[in-house]
Design a protein around this ligand. Sequence first.
Ligand code: ADP
Ligand code: ADP
Length: 233
Amino acid sequence: QALIRLEGITKRFSTDELETHALANVHLEIYPGEFVSITGPSGCGKSTLLSILGLLDSISEGRYILNGTPVERLSVDERSRIRNREIGIIFQSFNLIGDLTVAENVELPLTYRGLSAPQRKQAVEQALEQVGMSHRLRHYPAQLSGGQQQRVAVARALAGTPAILLADEPTGNLDSTNGEAVMELLRALHRAGTTICMVTHEPRFTSYGDRTVWMLDGQVIGVGKAGEMASQS
Ligand code: ADP
Ligand code: ADP
């Protein structure tokens, strides 16, 4: 069974004068254990698609089935509950909280999940171990490099053992060395069983995944093995 199934998703944004079709009739399936990359030029709808997958944005038309549950008509509360349980997200700009330590940042989302303090502590340590940041528990984000901050953001996203990790341009604010290190981390997590869906405008990073979705003007124009799709561009 697909972990994620999008059926004919359309997303419109209305402004004063005109209506933008950010997404037009998008179909997509993601299976457990897959690493799917979504790529295409700026403005093609990648971020909008990821926001919809992450239950951060609503759908204009179509159906979104997440782990067997149609989520497009859920209440805001239901949606938050499912987001907290099923989805971990990392962003281009890391989005760590500056006046919390590394450990506190990773623990924060766990506080909404009814875990005891010792359970939270164990989940935080395990997640930081997974990303190789156990030695920075008491540091603050500003004391870390960009690559290290993104590792902590990955730990925060994974600490609650979500069904899928979503990544929106995870290397966008990193130099190429740190960018590649974060991609290697995603590859290692994928090999260890994590389901990943990443948005990137850099075709070379799609080779880290096992399937690429190619977008243009709000539509999916191709799906295939990473290498094959990249060579079409
Ligand atoms: P990408 O991530 O591929 O750069 P986006 O998903 O950000 O593309 O944007 C797709 C299209 O939708 C663009 O034309 C963009 O200007 C438009 N768009 C995105 N978000 C909004 C919004 N909140 N309001 C109006 N238009 C938007
Ligand atoms: P990114 O480069 O990370 O994809 P964008 O510049 O596309 O970021 O979008 C940043 C934010 O602005 C997003 O929340 C997006 O929904 C919003 N946005 C993008 N295009 C528009 C637009 N034309 N009008 C209003 N909001 C927009």
